[in-house]
Design a protein around this ligand. Structure first.
Ligand SMILES: [Zn+2]
Length: 217
């Protein structure tokens, strides 16, 4: 597995990933939301130079299984094998921390990483999409807010147990918040916090459009 932070500085990762969400994913999500699908998008980028190989968005209007990530994976694998990069050379970007279905789909596809912008908690409480945490809590026997049995080594309070292993030999999962935390220069960090907030606000507005569409039906 590859931690994207070992490949590029956090600011470069954030520059490229934010641009990808703004320029590649957002317009596709806006069009799909207008057609009755939810927001939620994903993209596949080359680890080497962070260029975008493929980006797409949720197509739940067509099938409940076509989340942003699963649809993007399906479309990526429609590219002839000799014309697409090996997944081991790729980084997987998703606007929202992937649900259990998409988390598995990313791994079954051979990716060893993903980076996400919004957390499960934001999806649940801000976007009011409850499936992700509800399925983890109701099916996988991991209660939201459940704490691990052991206190951490430094004696501080026990950590809330995440819904899946964020680091393992199979996978490195990174949030935008972790990329921001990895920027050492405080002024630079503050600039990037603002930048990410802008991207989140702008993409998040699509949720209002989605709710408007749904209420009109
Ligand atoms: Zn999903």
């Amino acid at each position: 597995m590859t931690n994207p932070l070992t490949l590029h500085p956090p600011s470069k990762l954030l520059d490229n990933l934010c641009t990808c969400i703004e320029k590649d994913i957002h317009p596709l999500s806006a069009a799909a939301v207008a057609g009755g699908s939810k927001l939620f998008g994903a993209a596949i980028l080359l680890k080497s130079d962070l260029s975008v190989v493929y980006a797409d968005t949720n197509q739940e209007r067509g099938s409940p299984l076509w989340h942003g990530e699963t649809w993007t994976l399906k479309q990526f694998f429609e590219i002839p094998a000799d014309q697409r990069p090996d997944v081991k050379e790729c980084l997987f970007l998703t606007t929202h921390e992937p649900c259990s279905l998409c988390l598995s789909a990313i791994l079954w596809s051979g990716f060893d990483n993903f980076v996400y912008m919004y957390t499960y908690e934001e999806t649940h409480y801000v976007f009011e999409c409850h499936g992700d945490l509800d399925i983890f809590n109701d099916v996988f026997n991991i209660r939201q807010g459940e704490v691990a049995g052991q206190a951490s080594l430094d004696g501080s309070a026990p950590q809330v147990r995440p819904q899946y292993k964020l680091r393992s030999k199979r996978l490195v999962a990174l949030s935008f918040a972790e990329l921001l935390a990895a920027i050492e220069d405080k002024e630079e960090q503050a600039r990037y916090v603002e930048k990410v907030e802008e991207v989140k606000k702008s993409y998040g507005r699509l949720a209002e459009a989605y709710r408007r569409n749904m209420n009109m039906e």
